[in-house]
Design a protein around this ligand. Structure first.
Ligand code: SAM
Length: 307
């Protein structure tokens, strides 16, 4: 049974690192979760059964990995730090259920497909939101995800329309998952203690959604509508259409006459699309529900087909 290290004790962890001539690397967002109750609660929330396959991002020295292995899970652990990788090999030698994938998870996860049903990670602050967005945008889905991220990121993930935390990332997460905030973790739960709070988040795949049914322009559209939060949906939509992503104008030449035609057609298309979904022109993106973003993306695609 694991663990082989006392993951609750900064002194023991420091001693272990020193014995291997290793130091923590700030650039990789390394903060060990030294709070055993939090570790157990996160693993309990994942609720993986013996024999289940789990991807773990950033195993570090294996604090969470050991709990997963004790539960009989198969773990694919993505770790960037060469020193940690060697330490993991020594700590978990001959453990057939652990596969370590060395390198930057952004580069290594794609060849490692197909994805496991579960994803776990005490994510480094600097990559938390972007790796989750990467998985969703690349259509790599998990039945359940348990992560800890910076508290502000957790709030954005779980935010509802009308709240100041509601963002394109909230919509992106909501396209695939039901998001449930878990416990808040103060700096003292980690070694070294970070200056910001963290929070656990649980994401459960939405069973009633087929991601392929979302219009292909939906994600860029949502990003664009949130790009200037104080501007109206109409203004941001016109900017989105002018970007050419929809190929609204077949003629990209910039003579005065052509650009005037293009501008008026962009205004008309934006108005027609908003009218078709009953969205007021002066509305802000932060008020729109996921269904309204989807309806807007669909009506834009329809207008493109018919134009
Ligand atoms: N899982 C350990 C724990 O809970 O105590 C360590 C968590 S620590 C916050 C983040 C881990 O992610 C570190 O081990 C770090 O080296 C690793 N990491 C950082 N950036 C990474 C990346 N781009 N790809 C893979 N691992 C990364």
């Amino acid at each position: 049974m694991f663990p082989l290290l006392n993951y609750d004790s900064p002194a023991d962890l420091k001693k272990y690192l020193a014995s291997r001539n290793m130091a923590m690397q700030k650039k990789f967002g390394q903060n060990f979760l030294i709070n055993p109750n939090a570790r157990k609660a996160l693993i309990d929330s994942l609720d993986a059964a013996p024999g289940d396959a789990v991807w773990e991002i950033g195993p570090g020295l294996g604090a969470m990995t050991s709990l997963l292995l004790n539960r009989g899970c198969y773990v694919k652990a993505f770790e960037i730090d060469k020193g940690f990788i060697e330490a993991l090999k020594d700590l978990f030698q001959n453990e057939a259920k652990l596969e370590i994938i060395p390198g930057d998870v952004f580069k290594t996860w794609k060849p490692a497909l197909p994805a496991a049903p579960f994803l776990l990670g005490n994510l480094p602050y600097n990559i938390g939101a972007s790796i989750l967005a990467d998985f969703i945008e690349q259509k790599c889905f998990f039945s359940r995800i348990i992560v800890t991220v910076q508290k502000e990121v957790a709030e954005r993930m779980a935010a509802k329309p009308g709240s100041s935390d509601y963002s394109s990332f909230s919509v992106l997460c909501g396209m695939a998952y039901t998001v449930t905030p878990l416990m808040v973790l103060r700096g003292a739960s980690f070694y070294p203690p970070p200056h910001v709070d963290s929070q656990g988040v649980r994401l459960d795949i939405k069973q009633d959604v087929n991601f392929a049914d979302y219009p292909s322009i939906q994600i860029p559209l949502v990003r664009s509508l949130f790009s200037s939060r104080r501007k109206t949906v109409q203004n941001n939509l016109q900017t989105f259409l002018s970007s050419g992503i929809m190929n609204v104008s077949r003629n990209r030449e910039s003579t005065i006459r052509e650009s005037t035609i293009r501008e008026s057609s962009i205004r008309d298309i934006a108005a027609a699309a908003l009218d078709a979904c009953g969205i007021p022109y002066k509305e802000r993106a932060e008020k729109l529900t996921l269904d309204e973003f989807t309806a807007l993306a669909r009506s834009l695609e329809k207008l493109r087909v018919n134009s």
